[in-house]
Design a binder for this molecule. Sequence first.
Ligand SMILES: CC(C)(COP(=O)(O)OP(=O)(O)OC[C@H]1O[C@@H](n2cnc3c(N)ncnc32)[C@H](O)[C@@H]1OP(=O)(O)O)[C@@H](O)C(=O)NCCC(=O)NCCS
Length: 165
Amino acid sequence: MKTRHCRIERTMTLTIRPAIEADLPQLVVLLRQSWLATFAADLPFEAVQTFAKADPARQYAEAMWTDFSVADLEGAVIGMCHVVGELVAAIHVKPAFKRQGVGAALMNSAETAIFAAHPRARLEVLAFNAPAQAFYRGRGWAEVRRYATQECGAPIEAIEMVKAR
Ligand SMILES: CC(C)(COP(=O)(O)OP(=O)(O)OC[C@H]1O[C@@H](n2cnc3c(N)ncnc32)[C@H](O)[C@@H]1OP(=O)(O)O)[C@@H](O)C(=O)NCCC(=O)NCCS
């Protein structure tokens, strides 16, 4: 499946702001699309079936949206980030809008918020997710350990990365 690319024109305004309840439908679509585009090809088919059946993207968005920041492109939610204490719990950019600085804008905001209160930030990334690791490494994050975890029931290796203030 090929992802179409949507170009962000220079004249457009991208805002990082707290999520509001009206963002929920767009957040659910964004999280579903990002999970399928990023994880589905590298996980066992049963994990993808579990994702489709249980819809954890909707559950997560409905439970946590009050703590999300969103990237708002003139009314369209094209990215999200979830910070919990010193942890970047999630960051997703709509597949069609990747590689245009949206992730960097979300992460700048997340790191600023974390470092205002904590000396270090941390996150978890799946071991097969090399593009995300490249994104983090480019921002000064470093791997500290690898451990076993699960994604939609599938056993998988994860990496903890940290960044100091
Ligand atoms: C990881 C993610 C948040 C990055 O957001 P993005 O908007 O695509 O990234 P940006 O355009 O801000 O990239 C900034 C820099 O990071 C690096 N980078 C970003 N994506 C990269 C990739 N796929 N491969 C290598 N380097 C990458 C580059 O240095 C890039 O600068 P450049 O485009 O000028 O070369 C986004 O790709 C995403 O949502 N991925 C799917 C979900 C995911 O994996 N989330 C993280 C789970 S832990």
